[in-house]
Design a protein around this ligand. Structure first.
Ligand code: AMP
Ligand code: MG
Length: 341
């Protein structure tokens, strides 16, 4: 990469430049890549120094481990020390796809990746660009390609806004499909536990392997003294600059509360069907289209900042299917600020 007055020049690559991106990764650089969930910030997972650059670019706390992305199930043998039957069932059913499985790690995983834990999180993405980049370089460590704490990027424009000048390159792969990060399940404990809901739903996981516990921090803030099964649970997440407030209650109560408590700087994250009730509307999708809500959520949160709003009201999502993932993200974006209306 070229340095310009101390700031890195970030190359904008297309999906025809994957060889170039793979070279950058193999040489210890950092490249933003599209995946089916959100854009990821990729470095060689087996090179601790390269992985450390990801933390620096994001401003991510060093105790928050990264997910290792693979492009061939055979790569798993060198990355983990155990691959239990339930993990094999899930891998067979949902990989490639938006599922991350936490397993006991092998000793080739650098400390920077696992943040000192005895486990490693593994995912096999389905996006063709991510797949080709991993196949041409190495297993890749990749968190979401946003500044730590802000909404995850689902378009190349979002990545540029957070990462231009901080990383070597960005591959433009169009908009991400799912829109929220992968589901994270740990199989390193006795009972499989959902640590983060995502594109593969809790219902789908239970249909394959039976009992799956939901970690209490999925829908609550970590209480004092509660250990973070997944270190990412501790941190502020997904937040735009605008203050987000969730309103729980009927549609009529939602509407009345907003009419009584908003001004020109207040936006409403609402459904298509009700958009005419709110002047400053940001539309999440049709009311019952949970997949559209997941797809649009981070774009909508970023849009609130781009339009200069200082406060955003939103509905409390239904905690079912992919709605559980939307709920988990928006609750954190709102710093757990929920008002019963
Ligand atoms: P992100 O990189 O932003 O997609 O976030 C990855 C999430 O996976 C974070 O919440 C991490 O704390 C979590 N994670 C990564 N590795 C592990 C692990 N070994 N055990 C538990 N959680 C993990
Ligand atoms: Mg993230």
């Amino acid at each position: 990469c070229i340095k310009r007055s101390g700031i890195m020049k970030t190359l904008l690559l297309s999906k025809n430049d994957i060889d170039k991106a793979a070279e950058i990764i193999k040489n210890g650089g950092v490249v933003a890549m599209p995946t089916e969930t959100v854009y990821g910030l990729a470095a060689d997972a087996l090179n601790g120094e390269a992985v450390a650059k990801i933390f620096k670019a994001k401003g991510r706390p060093m105790d928050n481990p990264l997910i290792v992305h693979i492009s061939d199930i055979r790569q798993i043998d060198m990355l983990v020390s155990e691959f239990p039957d339930k993990a094999k069932i899930l891998a067979e059913k949902f990989w490639p796809g938006p599922l991350t499985i936490v397993l006991p790690k092998s000793n080739i995983i650098p400390n920077e990746v696992s943040a000192g834990l005895s486990t490693v999180a593994i995912r096999f993405p389905s996006h063709p660009v991510a797949h080709e980049l991993i196949a041409k370089s190495s297993p890749i460590a990749a968190p979401s390609a946003n500044l730590s704490g802000s909404p995850s990027p689902t378009t190349v424009r979002h990545v540029l806004s957070d990462m231009d000048g901080r990383i070597d390159a960005i591959i433009d792969g169009g908009d991400c499909d799912v829109g929220v990060e992968s589901t994270v399940i740990t199989l390193a404990d006795e009972i499989p536990t959902l640590l983060r809901p995502g594109g593969i739903t809790l219902e789908q996981l239970r249909a394959e392997i039976g009992e799956v516990k939901v970690h209490p921090a999925v829908l609550k803030s970590l209480e004092n003294g509660m250990t973070a099964a997944s270190p990412g649970m501790k941190y502020k997440h997904y937040s735009p600059k605008a203050k987000v407030i969730l309103l729980r209650g009927s549609e009529q109560a939602f509407c009345e509360y907003i009419k009584a408590n908003s001004d020109d700087k207040t936006a409403v994250l609402c459904y298509e069907e009700e958009k005419n009730s709110f002047k400053n509307n940001i539309v999440l999708g049709k009311k019952d289209d949970d997949a559209a809500h997941a797809h649009r959520l981070f774009t909508c949160l970023r849009e609130a900042d781009e339009k200069g709003y200082t406060c955003v009201y939103a509905h409390c999502p239904k905690p079912e299917g992919i709605g559980l993932a939307v709920y988990n993200r928006i609750l954190r974006a709102a710093a757990f600020n929920v008002i019963d209306v």
